[in-house]
Design a protein around this ligand. Structure first.
Ligand SMILES: [Zn+2]
Ligand SMILES: [Zn+2]
Ligand SMILES: [Zn+2]
Length: 783
């Protein structure tokens, strides 16, 4: 027997996101192409396969196994070993290649894929009048469609999804069972005959139109097509609640000022910008100017909301994003969205979370009808249940060593992709996260799963979603926690959740250390680094409120090497929603005297309130010390004209950044001077004195903002490089909610890079508190 003809057999274990993404049919086709015998199956660790054939063919097969994997698959590891060719078959070959049914043993690791936008093949069928799924709003295949949002358990199989109640018709069943078909084992496979249906309801919940069971000109329902009927009403200014992939959206014509303003009023959402949905990238370019990275994000299968600079006079109603320099835009990601945008006569739809104020987004039909009844004139609903409420993700492109995405909210399209802990957890663990923009994280060994964005835990409904989310993840990934990591803040509801768990080992992790550790762990860095953690507020180890921290540390521990000059936060948390209080505190600190009410606050804050707050600021019991840079940005924002009272945290800082961009972000005259006091304390008092005197002289607020940003950036670069060189460190981490500010992030990163430091910023997780749970997990595992 020649070497080339010699048959060998190999067994391989493939791990990563390899279920529900068409991986087995891919292996099947690949084996056929190389003339290999064997089998493949899904189990709870991923995909297991054996292939047998001539040695060179086997080696080609394995080369292509990772390289040519299906678009939604994420192959993390292929471990293979040679196994003996069964003796009785050396001459009598195994007949062909088989797909063996799923087996269920042990703990599930098999990763469930995130939801993916409708693929081009499915879109072509959706628009083909001759196709049996023409205009069917639930068309999907192994390369696209719902995943995480419909999963009830593992392994990922139809009975364990919310598609369980729909039994496939004969045509769908044939596709599902044919390994050569692109719908082979596509669990949500459906068609107009057997699948979910869309219904248009009026505000009272009465059906106005429903998708027919079979499409064709002679069988249209009496009410017409529900989606085109809705699109027509949108054109007339109606507000609708539309059931999507992870929850309900509130939708209206983005060009209709009256409709948008009405939606804002009914939703009780004063300022926070609304996201938009447009047909395609060309339509997006009519509204915003995304760079290449932003455009790539728009068309990615995760289909996040992409923030990009808005085009002045782009025709979007003023109340969509008042005062914002950017717009959040996304492209359709379900067939239903494609049909709706296709039928809609206008250019852009407002597509914002279906909730009132800050409550969690509605995702159950009855709840949606009840909660959104006072907002929406119409409801577009369907009968495929959403198992897990999942908000749209939000991302923007930044320049940090080249163009790259910066995650601001990680949810639909990304969750539940796993992350790797550089030091594996010694026992199954749960990390409870923070309070705002809350997420949780479960981990087993090196694998960690960060949950979907839950939101601010202060609402009862959000807290319920948080508890349910933790239970779901623990079941899905078979994590029965023995270790529980939590924030040091005793009042956070996430901390209280941790403390209420019985008989588990608790690990308290300082908030800013968690920010630092999250970024280090994401990049797999174990050695110490210097981190500039610029944040809103978090409880410090000394009992004061931190948020402008220069930490030296690694996954195990940290040391506070520097911080922002601390001031009193008048009235504590009240200063977050009333940033004028921070302006009062900082002016007192900088001017060393009782400052008069600044011109920018004229009319919005009374002289008596101003002085009352100055008095409160002198009472330590009422006004904790804070080193938060977020609060400093708030104060400067107010001095530059942002509202004295805001409707979401950081609003004044967001408006301050927008102002700087209107000045082209150019700081003519350079940044305001910060001093570096002993112990690497950043002292902004001289900068504030300059800033106030420029404003008094009538210098434009936009220019003042640009100079302030430049000053903070220069001071940060100076302090970080000083610490790094004193300690012999080569790596710098930039994280914390303040680094959502693109101008600041890019300036500081460029400065540190020029100084020869390796700069790490969060990549797959947000720099804000959405990344805290992963950092807590990394610290608890390492300690
Ligand atoms: Zn598809
Ligand atoms: Zn069917
Ligand atoms: Zn934070």
């Amino acid at each position: 027997m020649t070497a080339a003809a010699r048959r060998v057999r190999a067994r391989a274990r493939v791990t990563g996101t390899v279920q529900g993404v068409g991986f087995r049919p891919f292996v099947y086709r690949l084996a056929h192409e190389h003339g290999l015998a064997g089998w493949v199956l899904n189990d709870e660790h991923g995909v297991l396969l054996e292939v047998e054939g001539p040695a060179p063919e086997l080696s080609h097969f394995f080369d292509r196994l990772s390289a040519d994997a299906p678009p939604l698959a994420r192959v993390e590891r292929v471990e293979r070993l040679l196994v003996p060719v069964p003796v009785e078959r050396v001459d009598d070959r195994e007949p062909g290649f088989r797909i063996v049914s799923s087996v269920r043993v042990g703990d599930p690791d098999a990763l469930i894929a995130a939801d993916a936008a409708t693929c081009d093949d499915c879109l072509a069928e959706l628009r083909d009048p001759g196709d049996r799924r023409c205009r069917y709003p639930f068309i999907n295949c192994t390369n696209c469609g719902p995943r995480f949002t419909i999963v009830r358990g593992v392994p990922y199989d139809r009975p364990l999804t919310t598609m369980a109640s729909f039994s496939m018709c004969e045509a769908c069943r044939r596709e599902y069972e044919d390994p050569g078909d692109r719908r082979f084992h596509a669990q949500p496979n459906a068609c107009p005959v057997c699948g979910p249906r869309v219904r248009l309801l009026d505000a009272a919940g009465r059906t106005m139109a429903i998708t027919p069971r079979i499409w064709g000109s002679d069988r249209q329902p009496s009410g017409g097509d529900p989606i085109s009927a809705l699109a027509a009403r949108m054109g007339e200014g109606a507000i609708a609640a539309v059931k999507g992939l992870g929850g309900y959206h509130l939708v209206c014509d983005a060009a209709n000022e009256r409709a948008v303003a009405a939606m804002r009023a009914r939703k009780h959402r004063e300022h926070r910008p609304f996201a938009l949905m447009v047909r395609d990238v060309a339509a997006a370019r009519q509204l915003v100017t995304p760079d290449a990275c932003g455009a790539q994000l728009l068309i990615s299968s995760a289909r996040p909301i992409v923030l990009a600079p808005r085009i002045a006079g782009c025709g979007v109603a003023e109340s969509v994003a008042p005062g914002a320099s950017e717009l959040g835009v996304m492209l359709p990601y379900t067939p239903l969205h494609h049909l709706l945008l296709g039928d809609f006569a206008g250019d852009a739809l407002v597509m914002t979370s279906g909730n009132v104020s800050d409550e969690p987004i509605a995702y159950r039909d009855e709840d949606a009808l009840e909660r959104l009844g006072a907002i929406a004139d119409l409801f577009l609903v369907h009968d495929r249940e959403i198992e897990t409420r999942t908000d749209d993700s939000v991302v923007r492109s930044v320049t940090v060593g080249g163009r790259r995405p910066l995650m601001l909210r990680r949810s639909r399209g990304y969750v539940p992709e796993s992350l790797t802990l550089p030091i594996g957890a010694p026992a199954p663990l749960l990390a409870c996260g923070a309070e705002q923009k809350s997420t949780f994280c479960v981990a087993r060994g090196e694998r960690a799963w960060v949950g979907h964005h839950i939101g601010d835990l202060e609402h009862v409904a959000t807290l319920t979603a948080y508890r349910e989310g933790i239970d779901h993840f623990q079941r899905m990934f078979a994590v029965a926690p023995e270790l529980v990591a939590h924030d040091l803040h005793p009042d956070y509801l996430s901390t209280q959740y941790a403390l209420d768990l019985d008989d588990l080992e608790l690990v308290g992790v300082q908030h800013h250390h968690a920010h630092l550790a999250a970024c280090l762990a994401e990049h797999g860095v174990m050695e110490p680094a210097v981190g500039a953690i610029f944040d809103g507020t978090g409880l410090g180890a000394d009992g004061t409120v931190w948020g402008g921290e220069l930490l030296v540390g690694d996954l195990r521990g940290y040391e506070r090497a520097g911080w922002l000059w601390p001031v009193r936060m008048p009235g504590g948390a009240a200063a977050v929603r009333q940033p004028w209080r921070m302006a009062a505190a900082w002016l007192r600190e900088a001017l060393d005297a009782e400052p008069p009410v600044p011109a920018a606050l004229g009319g919005t804050v009374s002289v008596s309130d101003w002085h009352a707050v100055s008095r409160i600021a002198r009472v330590p019991e009422l006004s904790p010390l804070t080193s938060s840079i977020g609060r400093l940005f708030d104060a400067v924002g107010v001095l530059c004209g942002a509202p004295a009272r805001v409707s979401y945290e950081g609003q004044a800082a967001v408006e301050l950044e927008a102002l700087a961009w209107t000045a082209g972000a150019q700081a003519s005259g350079g940044g305001y001077p910060f001093e570096r006091a002993a112990g690497c304390v950043l002292d902004p008092r001289a900068a504030l004195r300059d800033l106030v005197s420029e404003l008094d002289r009538g210098v434009a607020a936009a220019d003042v903002s640009a100079r302030f940003h430049a000053g903070v950036a220069a001071a940060s670069v100076d302090a970080v490089t000083a610490i790094a060189s004193a300690r012999g460190l080569e790596t710098a981490v930039l994280s914390g909610g303040v680094f959502q500010n693109r101008l600041l992030l890019e300036r500081v990163a460029a400065g540190l890079d020029a100084a020869g430091l390796r700069v790490l910023v969060p990549q797959r997780l947000p720099p804000n508190d959405g990344g805290i749970s992963f950092g807590q997990a990394a610290v608890a595992a390492a300690q």
